[in-house]
Design a protein around this ligand. Structure first.
Ligand SMILES: CC(C)(COP(=O)(O)OP(=O)(O)OC[C@H]1O[C@@H](n2cnc3c(N)ncnc32)[C@H](O)[C@@H]1OP(=O)(O)O)[C@@H](O)C(=O)NCCC(=O)NCCS
Length: 196
């Protein structure tokens, strides 16, 4: 795997919720995704025009977007969308990490942050949908105890947030976040965590 500049110690990478003014950074992140990553993320091949419109829609329609930012660029992101008319309050998460920096724990960090955010917004359930051959996403979802099922040709992961003992849950998230930061440091990535 290429040694991307995220490993530089010049400026630490940072994970935070994106602001309205971050829209161009988010759009550019999506545009840098290669065809295979786009396919995994959107469950089909999508062109630049689609991605430009999609980024704008995310920001306009009130999705939460949490990004890993390094040297002014968003290199990875987790989106949290509300599923309208679900029988219980349900958020849907989607992830994109640029190919050059995959496999360094960024997806896991983003997952933790989006999970904590979904919990803080009072969602009772978090779902993740992907195509059935997406082993990386399935492994990531399982890591956070998602129950995976095959539905309508896709794999759907569900995490029940409703009957969680809040203190234990948050403690587990914090412990997990600390472990991941240690692991990012071990891999040479200078990382600084901030509250969303
Ligand atoms: C899925 C994705 C977000 C994971 O991001 P990442 O930064 O590589 O994730 P991590 O480095 O935290 O790895 C998470 C786990 O998946 C495993 N993993 C990573 N790539 C894998 C692969 N190709 N096959 C199997 N497992 C893989 C890692 O080993 C890790 O497990 P571990 O912690 O037990 O070792 C990233 O691969 C991606 O953006 N893919 C394209 C878009 C996509 O598929 N989005 C999901 C649909 S919403």
């Amino acid at each position: 795997m290429a040694n991307h500049s995220v490993t530089s110690k010049r400026q630490p990478a940072r994970i935070r919720q994106l602001r309205p003014s971050d829209l161009p950074r988010y759009r550019d992140h999506l545009l840098r995704l290669d065809p295979a990553t786009r396919h995994d993320r959107f469950n089909g091949y999508v062109n630049d025009a689609f991605l430009i419109a999609y980024a704008e829609r995310c920001f306009k329609e009130g999705a939460t977007v949490i990004g890993l930012i390094h040297d002014g660029r968003v290199l990875g992101a987790a989106e949290l969308h509300e599923i309208a008319n679900a029988s219980v309050a349900t958020g849907e998460a989607a992830f994109s990490v640029e190919p050059e920096v995959q496999g360094q724990g960024i997806g896991s960090q983003l997952f933790q942050r989006v999970l904590a955010h979904a919990y803080s917004l009072g969602y009772e359930q978090l779902v993740i949908t992907t195509h059935s051959n997406n082993e990386a996403m399935k492994k990531l979802a399982r890591k956070f105890n998602a129950r995976l099922r095959f539905e309508d040709g896709e794999t759907v992961g569900r995490i029940d947030l409703s009957d969680t003992d809040s203190t234990g849950f948050i403690d587990a998230l914090i412990a997990g976040a600390k472990a991941s930061i240690m692991s990012l440091r071990t891999n040479g990535i200078e990382f600084r965590a901030h509250a969303a």
